[in-house]
Design a protein around this ligand. Structure first.
Ligand code: NDP
Length: 318
């Protein structure tokens, strides 16, 4: 029997292609001279897609009539119209759990950097200012006495909460519903959560439902001592409103791993001293990215060998 055709149109960790080559007929279109022609040539036979950030909508699905499964590299899959896939019987998988601790570490690192201005302090030293001009100024911010409002107390949100508790922070949270067995105070809206805390941590999925959930009123509610940390998706925040709030002191500072138009980061945002900006590195260690790649492989192989995926997304379960 011929091996199932799987298309990979962007590079992933080397282990993905190495392992898939043994189990499926892998087409790596990005390695071809004419990637579009390479895709067109196999489109009618493609049964699996290994996907990393590509937009998948109804129009794309139309191109692959035999498509059975899309294995997404990443836990967030707002790039994929999973409901449209489910409606057509196309399985979608993601890479949960294996990145949870890494992203939680990133979130805490970003929080501390932002509140204590470690990026600016390091720039002060590297520029020779410590020796030339003297000590770096005391920071207005501190973690002491802060209340961390977590928007999205899911896998990563809970791992962040564990760490934040160890740092002595009080915790509160918002999600679409109150969670049984969770003792942290629950707030039914982001606005109410922002009003009740001084540090907001965003770790919910992107997509239409959560777009601009942090807007001008939420930033005003967070207040002058407020710190916003976003490790979820750039679309969660109205970036223009955030820039204004950072410029005029509506909030104290922001730590951002994600942006509305990645990899574009507005010049105004890059210029602000009260911003720590990271280039979407939440899960970006070799260890964790390899684990994510392995899960992409495992999902595809399991699907073609047993008819069952390892980690289907919510829309494709049951
Ligand atoms: P989970 O599904 O475990 O958690 C998501 C949480 O968000 C849940 O608690 C859910 O609670 C809440 N949520 C979902 N939709 C909404 C909504 N519309 N309004 C309010 N709350 C909502 O996912 P993970 O913790 O594994 O990952 C979370 C997100 O983190 C990913 O989707 C991704 O966007 C981002 N991420 C970013 C990375 C980076 O590199 N910066 C790396 C990995 C992930 P409830 O169901 O009660 O609403």
């Amino acid at each position: 029997m011929s091996l199932p055709v799987v298309l990979m149109s962007r590079p992933m960790r080397p282990l993905v292609a190495r392992q898939l080559t043994e189990k499926v007929s892998l087409v790596e279109s990005h390695l071809q001279d004419d990637p579009d022609a390479a895709i067109a040539e196999v489109a009618a036979d493609v049964r699996g897609l290994a996907c990393i950030g590509q937009k998948v909508d109804a129009a794309l699905l139309d191109r692959f009539p035999k498509l059975e499964i899309i294995a997404n590299f990443g836990v967030g899959y707002d790039n994929i119209d999973a409901s449209a896939c489910a409606a057509r019987g196309v399985m979608v998988t993601n890479t949960p759990d294996v990145l949870t601790e890494e992203v939680a570490d990133t979130a805490l690192g970003l929080l501390i950097m932002t509140v204590r201005e470690f990026g600016a302090a390091e720039r002060h030293l590297r520029a020779g200012k410590w020796e030339g001009e003297g000590a770096f100024p005391l920071t207005a911010g501190t973690l002491r006495g802060r209340t961390l409002g977590i928007v999205g107390l899911g896998r990563i949100g809970k791992a962040i909460a564990e760490r934040a508790e160890a740092f002595g922070l009080k915790i509160a949270y918002h999600g679409r519903s109150k969670q049984a067995g969770v003792a942290y105070p629950y707030f039914p809206s982001v606005l109410e959560l922002a009003a009740a805390c001084d540090t907001l941590m965003l770790v919910v999925p992107g997509g239409a439902e959560t777009r601009h959930m942090v807007d001008k009123p939420v930033l005003e509610a967070l207040g002058r001592d407020g710190v916003l940390i976003n490790v979820g998706r750039g679309t969660l925040v109205d970036e223009a409103a955030l820039i204004e709030a950072l410029e005029n002191g509506t909030i104290l500072s922001a730590g951002l791993d994600v942006f509305e138009q990645e990899p574009h980061v507005p010049a105004k945002l890059r210029a602000l001293e009260n911003v720590v900006a990271l280039p979407h590195v939440g899960s970006a260690s070799v260890h964790t990215r390899d684990a994510m790649g392995q899960l992409v492989v495992d999902n595809l192989v399991s699907w073609f060998e047993t008819g069952k995926p390892v980690t289907p997304v919510a829309e494709c379960k049951g």
